[in-house]
Design a protein around this ligand. Structure first.
Ligand SMILES: [Mn+2]
Length: 287
């Protein structure tokens, strides 16, 4: 049976309509889930979200502030006797320490601990989060074991070599990085879950509410098409919305991360840009 059309998890009204899509209204949970939440808050959402996501090839999460929802979705793809690889396009490692549960910058670590996930590849990182100054904020154990691998463009990863981390690499360009990744992934077999955070794209392609990478749409498209036959499900994040947290802690933490502000009069224009990118991604993912 062909998979159903996309599901939009509608926490923040960022994702404009898409063909054949269904929308799950979750606006009343935005404050508790956005940026980060306790693990049990996420687990309580599972009963609502997993049935709606079941049988759908692509789920839209809204702003990148909701990227930790990928953990909940991936958990729903536990397979008997078959390991899953997770491929993430993101400008950030999303593998940082976070003491308050799970958040959009730490979910990769949680996914790497799922028993049926063999490896999480994060592609397209240009963020200084992976630089020496932030070394100890990264979860190092899965980097050492190779269960989490960074595929960076630009940053100096020499500190990792000193710590014995050999499977994460930095390249001079997106093209070189994608070529090396294609060689690696084709040496493996088995299903892939794909997660796209559009902050991996150059700001000339689309604007997000996080600092952005240098990938062009055509490069992302070629990479997705190269993996397509093995992709069992996918999610997309990085759409734009404006939100002011009621929680002082969340205001503080998101402020520390230096999230750029979005001008309200630009918002609709940016969302429309994302709508056309989302359509393009759906074409590549589900031809
Ligand atoms: Mn992300």
């Amino acid at each position: 049976m062909a998979p159903a059309g996309p599901l939009i998890l509608d926490f923040d009204q960022s994702v404009l309509p898409l063909p054949d899509s269904e929308r799950l209204p979750l606006g009343d949970r935005q404050e508790s889930v956005r940026f980060g939440c306790a693990l049990d808050v996420l687990q309580r959402l599972a009963g609502e979200i997993r049935p709606a996501a079941s049988g759908r090839s692509t789920v839209f999460l809204g702003s990148g502030d909701f990227h930790h929802l990928s953990h909940l979705l991936i958990q729903g793809h536990a397979r008997r006797g078959e390991m899953l690889q997770v491929v993430v396009f993101d400008n950030h490692p999303d593998n940082m320490r976070y003491p308050f549960g799970i958040h959009c910058g730490s979910w990769v670590w949680h996914v790497s601990r799922l028993p049926f996930v063999s490896c999480v590849h994060v592609l397209g990182i240009t963020s200084p989060d992976v630089g020496m100054a932030h070394a100890w904020e990264n979860r190092l154990a899965p980097l050492r074991s190779g269960r989490v691998r960074y595929w960076c463009v630009g940053p100096d990863l020499n500190w990792m070599k000193v710590l014995g981390i050999a499977t994460s690499r930095s390249f001079g360009s997106i093209a070189e990085m994608l070529d090396a990744f294609a060689v690696h992934i084709h040496e493996t077999t088995g299903p892939i879950y794909l997660s796209v955070d559009k902050d991996v794209l150059s700001p000339s392609e689309a604007r997000t509410n996080w600092d952005q990478g240098v990938m062009r749409m055509e490069e992302l498209g070629a990479a997705i098409r190269g993996l397509r036959d093995r992709i069992i499900a996918s999610d997309v994040t990085g759409d734009v919305s404006i939100y002011r947290y009621r929680s002082r802690l969340k205001r503080l933490l998101s402020g520390l991360d230096g999230q750029p502000e979005i001008a309200p009069d630009e918002l609709l224009k940016w969302q429309a840009q994302h709508q056309s990118i989302n359509r393009q991604l759906l074409d590549w993912l589900n031809p």
